[in-house]
Design a protein around this ligand. Structure first.
Ligand code: GTP
Ligand code: MG
Length: 250
C-alpha cells in the first residue's frame, strides 16, 4: 500500500489575477519557496516531495498520520498567507492512491476540516514503497554537440515517453532535474524496466541507468534507489561489470 498526499494552493487562479499583469516573477518566487518549505517539512519526517505542477506537489507520505499533516499545515500557515489543501490517498498502486486523493477532494471528504485536509480514514498498514531512480548514461557527452534548449527538448521527450510507459503500469514518473527522473512504482520487475530501456535505446539511441530502492518510507526508498544507481556507475567506472538495473531493499 502506498500513501500519497497532494498539496494544492487553494483559490490560486483568482488570487493571481489580483496581482496585476506584472506578476510572473512573484508567482515563480512563491512557487519555489513553497516547494522548498514543503520538501523541508516532509523530508524531515521521512517523506519525499515531487515537483509536479508548480502549484500542486505530490508527496509520498507512508507512515505519516493526519496529526502529522496538521502539524505541517500549521507550519506552512506561518510562512504563507495563501491557503493550502492537502488530500491524502492510499492505494495498492501509486496510480490508485492518486485516484483516491482526487476522489476525496472532489467529494469533499475531510479528515480535518479546520486544516483543509481531505481523505478517507487512513489504514495503518505497514507496507513498502518502491522508487526507481533513472538517469541518462553519459548525458554530458550526449549534450556536448547540442545547444542548451535542444538538450531540454530531448529531456522533455524522454520524460513524456517515461510517463506514458509507466502510467499504464500504475506508476508515476517525475522529472527531478538534470538528467534525473524518479518513478514511484508498483511491483515493476526488471523485465518491465528492461522493455522501457530497450524502447528508449531504439527510438533515441540513449541508455538509462536505473537504480531501484524499496523501503518503508519515501525518503528511505529514494536513498536506496540512488545508492543502487551510484553502484551501477561504480561498477561501470571500475570496468568490472556492466549493469543497467540494480536493486536494493531495506
Ligand atoms: N535530481 C538529481 N540531479 C542529479 C543527481 N546527480 C546528478 N544530477 C544532475 O544531473 C546532471 C548530469 O549528471 P550525471 O548524470 O552525473 O552526468 P552524466 O554525464 O550523465 O554521467 P553518468 O550519469 O555517470 O553517466 C548534473 O549536472 C546534475 O544537474 C541526483 O542524484 N539527483
Ligand atoms: Mg547521467
Amino acid at each position: 500500500m502506498i500513501q500519497l498526499t497532494i498539496i494544492k494552493i487553494t483559490e490560486y487562479g483568482p488570487w493571481t489575477l489580483t496581482l496585476g499583469s506584472d506578476r510572473e516573477h512573484r508567482l515563480q518566487i512563491l512557487q519555489a519557496t513553497l516547494y522548498k518549505e514543503i520538501q523541508n517539512l516532509f523530508s524531515e519526517r521521512n517523506c519525499l516531495a515531487f515537483p509536479n505542477r508548480f502549484d500542486e506537489i505530490f508527496v509520498i507520505t507512508n507512515g505519516l498520520s493526519v496529526d502529522d499533516h496538521i502539524e505541517i499545515q500549521k507550519e506552512l500557515a506561518k510562512s504563507f498567507q495563501l491557503g493550502l489543501s492537502m488530500s491524502i490517498g492510499q492505494g495498492n498502486t501509486p496510480y490508485e492512491a492518486n485516484l483516491n486523493v482526487d476522489k476525496a477532494i472532489r467529494s469533499k471528504i475531510t479528515l480535518d476540516k479546520d486544516h483543509n485536509i481531505f481523505g478517507l480514514p487512513l489504514q495503518k498498514e505497514e507496507d513498502l514503497v518502491q522508487i526507481i531512480h533513472m538517469d541518462v548514461d553519459g548525458s554530458t557527452s550526449i549534450s556536448a554537440n547540442k545547444s542548451p534548449y535542444e538538450i531540454s527538448s530531448l529531456i522533455l521527450k524522454l520524460y513524456s515517453e517515461m510517463s506514458e510507459f509507466f502510467l499504464v503500469r500504475n506508476s508515476l514518473a517525475f522529472f527531478l532535474g538534470g538528467d534525473n527522473f524518479m518513478i514511484i512504482s508498483s511491483a515493476i520487475d526488471k523485465e518491465g524496466i528492461t522493455k522501457f530501456l530497450d524502447l528508449i535505446r531504439q527510438r533515441h539511441g540513449i541508455s538509462f541507468n536505473c537504480g531501484i530502492g524499496t523501503a518503508k518510507t519515501g525518503r528511505e526508498a529514494a536513498k536506496l534507489a540512488t545508492k543502487s544507481l551510484d553502484k551501477i556507475r561504480e561498477l561501470r567506472d571500475s570496468g568490472t561489470e556492466r549493469q543497467r538495473i540494480l536493486e536494493l531493499t531495506c
